[in-house]
Design a binder for this molecule. Structure first.
Ligand code: F6P
Length: 329
């Protein structure tokens, strides 16, 4: 069997470990892997990874020592062409022409949606792996890249806290996550931030300012507010403005962490998740499974049908929100 693997959408630390898991599992059971560069667009352009012999094959040798590297050796992209029906038909034709029997797309919900579309018109097997820092997919407790993104954000907040304390200031630190507050909540818990603004809970500027005044009264001199980029009241800049208008007693600065959160060497947990999910996807393909997401739920590898994985978003457990509330007292 010939298995295609690619990364699509925003890169996430741990994608390389996932590619390695796919390639090594395929090799173990006597199958070939083809590396498709630049996601769905690369598939349309027939842009394949070439090995040392200039063949379009991703061998065990090609993936040695890549698990520690950030980004993805296969590159990534967001393809407008693949979103069209004509693009999807063309992708299916390329797969037939290249004798590819199965696919392992690695990416977030856009990638998964693309895989579901492709699976309606192409009869090869598709098992996707959740590669995104956002941790917003159903069918897995954690996505590949989330742990590293949180680690990077926490290291940044710890540093910013030094300046906040030295200057008696409040910092609003904006983190990524698209429409999910997962990165914000985990960053806030781990860094000891005083408050958080996330899309999952209403952000009320007047109420926040009352809390800030109470903190000031209790003698707190530095404040860290973690803002999820998807908060319904806007990003850190917009929230800073709202708080000022509502009478924020602190002098503020805004820091947007941005793409810093997607880079860097993956944390061991992301390397392990990536390897395990990639390997399990190939095992699923060998077992004849298709239209599934390869995730880990409660420590166990699990395949979840595309339609279930796409039916909603991974909710932040209430327990984590309660913990955050307790810690801010
Ligand atoms: O989905 C990953 C992510 O980093 C989101 O957190 C963020 O909103 C988005 O991608 C940014 O995308 P781009 O790199 O295309 O600007």
């Amino acid at each position: 069997m010939r298995i295609g693997v690619f990364c699509s959408g925003g890169d996430a630390p741990g994608m390389n470990a996932c590619i390695r898991g796919v390639v090594r599992c395929a090799a173990r059971f006597g199958h070939e892997t083809v590396g498709i560069r630049r996601g769905y667009q690369g598939l349309l352009d027939e842009d394949f990874h070439l090995n040392d012999e200039r063949q379009p094959l991703l061998t065990s040798r090609c993936v040695r020592d890549i698990a520690k590297r950030g980004g993805t050796i296969l590159r990534s992209s967001r393809s407008d062409e693949f979103r069209t029906e004509a693009g999807q038909q063309k992708a299916a034709e390329v797969l037939r022409k290249r004798n590819i029997d199965a696919l392992v797309p690695i990416g977030g919900d856009g990638t998964l949606r693309g895989a579901a579309k492709l699976s309606e018109i192409w009869d090869g097997s598709i098992i996707a792996c959740p590669g995104t820092i956002d941790n917003d997919l159903l069918g897995t407790s954690y996505t590949i890249g989330f742990a590293t993104a949180v680690q990077t954000a926490v290291e940044a907040v710890d540093k910013i806290r030094d300046t906040a304390e030295s200057h008696d200031r409040m910092f609003l630190v904006e983190v990524m996550g698209r429409s999910s507050g997962y990165i914000a909540v985990f960053t806030a818990i781990a860094s000891g931030a005083e408050c958080v603004c996330i899309p999952e809970t209403p952000t009320d500027a007047a109420e926040l300012v009352e809390d800030l005044k109470a903190m000031r009264f209790r003698g707190k001199s530095s404040i860290m507010l973690i803002v999820a980029e998807g908060d319904e009241r806007g990003g850190a800049k917009e929230i800073d403005k709202l708080l000022k208008e509502a009478g924020n007693p602190f002098s503020t600065r805004v820091v947007i962490l941005g793409h810093l959160q997607r880079g860097g060497s993956p944390a061991p947990m992301d390397r392990i998740l990536g390897a395990s999910m990639g390997e399990f996807a190939v095992r699923g393909i060998i077992d004849g499974q298709t239209k599934m997401l390869s995730g880990i739920v409660g420590g166990e590898n699990r395949l979840t049908p595309f339609e279930e994985a796409l039916a909603g978003h991974n909710e932040i457990p209430q327990r984590m929100l309660d913990l955050l509330e307790t810690l801010s007292h």
